[in-house]
Design a protein around this ligand. Structure first.
Ligand SMILES: *[C@@H]1O[C@H](CO)[C@@H](O)[C@H](O)[C@H]1NC(C)=O
Ligand SMILES: *[C@@H]1O[C@H](CO)[C@@H](O)[C@H](O)[C@H]1NC(C)=O
Ligand SMILES: *[C@@H]1O[C@H](CO)[C@@H](O)[C@H](O)[C@H]1NC(C)=O
Ligand SMILES: *[C@@H]1O[C@H](CO)[C@@H](O)[C@H](O)[C@H]1NC(C)=O
Ligand SMILES: *[C@@H]1O[C@H](CO)[C@@H](O)[C@H](O)[C@H]1NC(C)=O
Length: 450
């Protein structure tokens, strides 16, 4: 009886205490929100670029290809840009942040998964930016599949060869940079690889050989289900809204220290994402070119016309002082001091051909059209071989995780609910993609291509 009494007496005090804790907590979150809002607003204010004076459609000295992962940018890089620019004109180790130093060389082309914060290292006034965007749902699927594909490639000799040694080997094979050096894969692949090993060990220890599901995106005996992947904190930090964060310069890989605080605020308070989106939309507006993965042919054609032809014109102009020397292989001396190796000569062949085309005609416009046409021809044959080698590699790698296989049929079985979840996790990218579609339509109307 006494005890109950005491408890009754204490009850209001306890209640008061609880209330006090809740209010302090509410104030604290309010405080946290206010602080974050200030941080994000400050960032947004300082990030709005000053008015662009020159024509954004004119190619400047340096071309910065902001390559959002899994948008198909590799084909543009290999089948357009690599054919136009010589090796020596490519900014060294473009995909390898640690060794990147654009000021040290005369580079004209920078292609990277690093984010827009890279601009702090570049001569901003002399840089044109291009990018390609993709439907966010497909980009997430592709990110998952590629994580698995690359991880499965390294699913051998767990104890014999460490991942860093495998990276070294891959680096040697690839002539410089391995996927394992490149953000975001340097985080996503080891994570997936560890997970694949753990599941394999688990199967072995349980003596289990049966698989309870026939949905490759949800086959937990073999690999991390898609639903777990997209809900992991790692995915929240580096996959979702990845295009928005990359163009904002706010990725987990940013060069600017304050970026991380801004990103954490946006991840914590979703509504603050709108400030970021506004900055990013303006940046897209001022880009030389914005492509869409989904409209591949139209995008490539536009790229050839808008970017490729200008690159040819620019390089032709740069080396016009030695125009008479087209066929003696030395015409690039002024541009490419180190281009005497055989490899460079081969690289420059396409450029040389294009140059001939462009110097043969007096009419600039006709010139540009012709260059774009030639470029597209070269592009088409290049992508078909690139694609077949890519799909061969993928098939070989996915064999290691059979019966899981990422086919179109498997994709169709993915529940609608999961797709909705991806959509909501990528709400900024969804809005950005729709904005990019408008820009793309405008670009096309403006250039009357196709
Ligand atoms: C495999 O999928 C089909 C439908 O696509 C279903 O009818 C069948 O029961 C599934 N089998 C297993 C083992 O889950
Ligand atoms: C980026 O993300 C990875 C994976 O979550 C993490 O290991 C790394 O520390 C992060 N870097 C920064 C700067 O947040
Ligand atoms: C080759 O280039 C040099 C200058 O680099 C020039 O003097 C020479 O005439 C060129 N030869 C031919 C055959 O064009
Ligand atoms: C050419 O390459 C060598 C070594 O790769 C380097 O030391 C030299 O500075 C380069 N020359 C120019 C003009 O860039
Ligand atoms: C996976 O699917 C592709 C396309 O349907 C097929 O060509 C390949 O053989 C399959 N791989 C395995 C290991 O079943």
């Amino acid at each position: 009886m006494r005890r109950l009494n005491l408890e009754l007496k204490l009850a209001p005090i306890l209640l008061l205490l609880i209330c006090a804790t809740i209010t302090t907590k509410a104030f604290a979150t309010e405080d946290g929100y206010k602080k974050c809002e200030l941080t994000v607003k400050k960032w947004a204010f300082s990030s709005h670029d000053s008015e662009i004076k020159d024509d954004k459609h004119a190619l400047r000295d340096l071309l910065f290809f902001l390559h959002v992962p899994r948008t198909g940018g590799r084909t543009y890089f290999h089948c357009f840009l690599k054919k136009l620019y010589a090796n020596a004109q490519e900014c060294p180790r473009s995909y390898d942040k640690l060794r990147f130093n654009p000021r040290k060389s005369n580079c004209r082309l920078l292609s990277t998964h690093d984010d827009y914060s890279m601009m702090v290292k570049l001569p901003k006034e002399q840089t044109s930016v291009v990018t390609i965007l993709r439907n966010p749902i497909d980009r997430v699927f592709s990110t998952y599949e590629f994580s698995v594909e690359v991880a499965a490639r390294f699913l051998i000799h767990r104890d014999l060869i460490s991942l860093s040694r495998m990276a070294k080997r891959a680096r040697m094979k690839a002539g410089g940079v391995s996927t394992l050096d490149i953000w975001p894969w340097k985080y996503l692949v080891p994570w997936m690889r560890e997970d694949l090993f753990a599941r394999r060990d688990d199967r072995i220890s349980k003596g289990q050989s049966y698989i309870t599901s026939n949905d490759s995106y949800d086959m937990e005996e073999i690999l991390m289900p898609l639903r777990d992947y997209i809900n992991d904190p790692i995915a929240r930090d580096i996959i979702h809204n990845g295009a928005t964060f990359q163009i904002a310069g706010l990725t987990n890989n940013s060069y600017i220290a304050e970026s991380h605080e801004v990103r954490h605020c946006v991840l914590k308070y979703q509504s603050l994402g709108q400030y970021v989106l506004e900055v990013v939309k303006k940046r897209l507006d001022s880009m030389l070119y914005v492509g869409l993965t989904e409209n591949h042919r139209e995008s490539a054609t536009l790229f050839a016309n808008l970017v490729g032809a200008q690159v040819v014109a620019q390089l032709t102009k740069s080396s016009s002082s030695s125009d008479s020397a087209i066929d003696n292989g030395s015409e690039q001396k002024s541009l490419l001091p180190n281009s005497t190796s055989d490899a460079n000569h081969q690289e420059n062949n396409a450029y040389r051909k294009l140059k001939k085309v462009s110097s043969a005609s007096k009419d600039e416009a006709a010139n540009i059209n012709m260059d774009a046409g030639k470029l597209m021809e070269a592009y088409e044959s290049c992508i078909s071989s690139l694609r077949s080698s890519q799909s061969e590699r993928r098939a070989k790698s996915l064999k290691r995780i059979s019966p899981a296989n990422f086919t179109k049929e498997a994709r169709r079985k993915v529940p609608e609910l999961l797709l909705q979840e991806i959509t909501s996790l990528n709400s900024l990218d969804m809005q950005l993609y729709s904005y990019a579609q408008d820009i793309f339509a405008k670009q096309q109307a403006e250039y009357h291509v196709l």
